[in-house]
Design a protein around this ligand. Structure first.
Ligand code: ADP
Ligand code: MG
Length: 377
């Protein structure tokens, strides 16, 4: 495989029986993952997700059936060579504890015989890509990293040799919810650039909805209960089991399908902190609240009309802005922020933290109604 190949993955009637087990761990799964997409396998613990995934890089050999990647049957291929073309990232990151971050990331490039200079450059490139400063992190050992940092290194390692295919088995399962959200955002950002074919395993349906171009909802023995886009599954679950798996909050989950950037933010009166108070007074008109921005245009403090009444300078006025959401955030994340704000609204910021506008709960409700109308079959 080369990185320019369009690496569609096709599982055709694939089964795996372990010796001494009555039921097959994977029972006749057929599934096509289109090139350049993220397919999420979601299902309860023990249903066969890991077994299914590990047959794709032949860490487990199928009992029957065929698997092709980019049109080539992988059973005939040399397993080591196959694996060098497939990034693999697992829960707890699976880093080698006795190797530095740099040497962990360099594993596959080293096996591929890259020269030292190229490997060193690639390690730094990958660390930067996953948001870690190379100078700070390349010499550390895994135990000197937080869980989230370990996962980032795990992703960097999986991507190091630029494989067309990435297998991710509950890669963010062991980190706290906030870090998990950041790692998910990071993966989506990377994927927008890299267009890998990704098989992502999780038992968290929210994660599946957020990350998947398609979701395969699996039952026991990796039986495919439904395989479709997140919007289609949420709007029209195939059966009771799938519906049960989605839970009672399908509407809330639909909020993870849209981004804050999809909604036009509402403007509010603003002034720079270096502006005279009169500037904000003029902008405010008869509105009650205005926003002070720093010199780079990032939100700093809310000021009420009353606080502003006798002020000359904006330097120390008002109270700090707390509820901000980046425009990349999902609407569900935006809702969570709004619910913790007395005003039930959030301040939307751009890629550099700059102020873009406000978003309020009623805007979400309207948007949700439209989403649901659109995705009904
Ligand atoms: P999941 O990743 O969905 O939690 P797995 O693929 O790990 O599920 O496991 C599927 C089924 O296969 C489970 O019932 C598990 O106990 C069984 N299983 C997994 N690995 C082995 C093995 N090496 N030997 C025997 N049974 C196994
Ligand atoms: Mg598993």
């Amino acid at each position: 495989m080369t990185d320019t190949e369009r690496a569609e993955i096709v599982l055709d009637s694939v089964s795996k029986s372990y010796p001494g087990q009555r039921d097959p761990a994977v029972d006749n799964i057929s599934l096509t993952v289109p090139a350049g997409e993220i397919a999420v396998l979601v299902g309860p613990s023990g249903c066969g997700k890991t077994t299914t995934m590990r047959m794709i890089n032949r860490l487990i050999e199928p009992t029957s059936g065929t698997i092709t990647i980019a049109g080539r049957d992988i059973t005939g291929m040399d397993a080591d060579r196959l694996r060098r073309g497939i990034g693999y990232s697992i829960q707890q990151a699976g880093l080698f504890p006795h190797l530095t971050v740099a040497r962990n990331i360099a594993t596959v490039p080293g096996l591929l015989g890259w020269d030292r200079k190229r490997i060193a450059a690639r390690v730094d490139e990958m660390l930067t890509l996953v948001g870690l400063d190379p100078d700070e992190f390349r010499g550390r050992y895994p135990r000197q990293l937080s869980g989230g940092q370990q996962q980032r290194v795990g992703v960097a390692r999986a991507l190091a040799a630029d494989p067309p295919v990435l297998l991710m088995d509950e890669p963010f399962g062991a980190v706290d919810p906030i870090t998990r959200g950041l790692l998910q955002d990071e993966l989506l950002r990377l994927q927008a650039e890299l267009h890998k074919t990704i098989v992502f395993v999780t038992h968290d349906f929210n994660e599946a909805v957020k990350l998947g171009d398609r979701i395969a909802v699996l039952g026991k023995g990796s039986r495919v209960l439904q395989y479709d886009t997140p919007a289609a599954i949420l709007a029209d679950p195939a059966d009771e089991t799938v519906a049960g798996f989605i839970g009672t909050d399908a509407a809330l989950k639909q909020l993870t399908l849209a981004r804050v950037a999809d909604i036009e933010p509402t403007p509010s009166p603003t002034a720079r902190v270096t502006d005279p108070a009169d500037t904000l007074r003029a902008a405010l008109g008869d509105q009650e609240w205005g926003l002070i921005l720093d010199e780079s245009g990032r939100p700093l403090r809310w000021v009420s009309k009353e606080q502003l009444a006798h002020a000359d300078s904006l330097t120390d006025l008002g109270s700090p802005v707390t509820g901000t959401v980046p425009c990349r955030a999902t609407l569900q994340e935006a809702l969570e922020t709004m619910l913790t704000e007395a005003t039930a609204q959030a301040v939307v910021t751009g890629d550099d933290g700059e102020y873009l506008g406000l978003i309020a709960i009623d805007t979400l409700v309207t948007h949700l109604a439209r989403l649901r109308a659109e995705s009904r079959p």
